[in-house]
Design a protein around this ligand. Structure first.
Ligand SMILES: C[S@@+](CC[C@H](N)C(=O)[O-])C[C@H]1O[C@@H](n2cnc3c(N)ncnc32)[C@H](O)[C@@H]1O
Length: 172
């Protein structure tokens, strides 16, 4: 009988975890983009094209498992990731513990709540219908000269200053 209860509890927990993940995946799709990780080669190309420097602060908006954050942290002063999904946030926290990275911050929140004024470089991999709203937030909050590296998607009525395949660089 005890064994049966243990099995029911374990399966209920797995079921709840899957349900929470799916609900956040749906929410992420509506409020931004679903989780589609950037491959590691492209991560390096993005950071090279945006010319991230040692004295700069970087943030990945919708940081997924944190791969851009940890790669950027090796090249700049401080790298932050904001991610809406609790599961992906936990995965990136585990990666931070494993890598013993000191100059990284991982935030579990929606990117719309983040003040962008302190960052020199932001990265995004976002769906098209939010790009206009994001452009307005960037122009409102970021300092002149700060840069944006966008994977796959462009901003409406804003010319990139550089492009490599599906990577676009914008300057405020
Ligand atoms: C296409 S993935 C990119 C992940 C990562 N930046 C990369 O390139 O590997 C987009 C990420 O944004 C997250 N996301 C979607 N809407 C968001 C929001 N409003 N605030 C924060 N993160 C969001 C998703 O959960 C997902 O992990």
């Amino acid at each position: 009988m005890l064994m049966l209860w243990a099995i029911i509890i374990v399966f209920s927990l797995i079921y709840i975890a899957i349900l929470v993940y799916l609900l956040y995946a749906l929410y992420a799709m509506i409020s931004g983009a679903p989780f589609v990780p950037t491959n590691h080669t492209k991560v390096e190309r993005m950071l090279k094209l945006v010319e991230l420097k040692q004295d700069e602060k970087f943030i990945d908006l919708g940081s997924g498992d944190g791969r851009l954050v940890f790669a950027a942290a090796k090249k700049c002063k401080h790298a932050t990731g904001v991610e809406i999904s609790p599961l992906l946030h936990i995965i990136s926290k585990l990666k931070k513990t494993k890598s013993k990275s000191k100059n990284t911050t991982l935030i579990r929140d929606t990117l719309w709540n983040v003040d962008l004024s302190e960052y020199d470089v932001i990265s995004i991999y976002f769906i098209p219908h939010w790009m206009n709203k994001l452009k307005k937030k960037i122009k409102r909050e970021m300092k002149p000269g700060s840069r944006i590296v966008s994977h796959a998607f462009t901003f409406p009525d804003w010319q990139p200053v550089a492009k490599d395949d599906t990577i676009y660089i914008y300057k405020v």
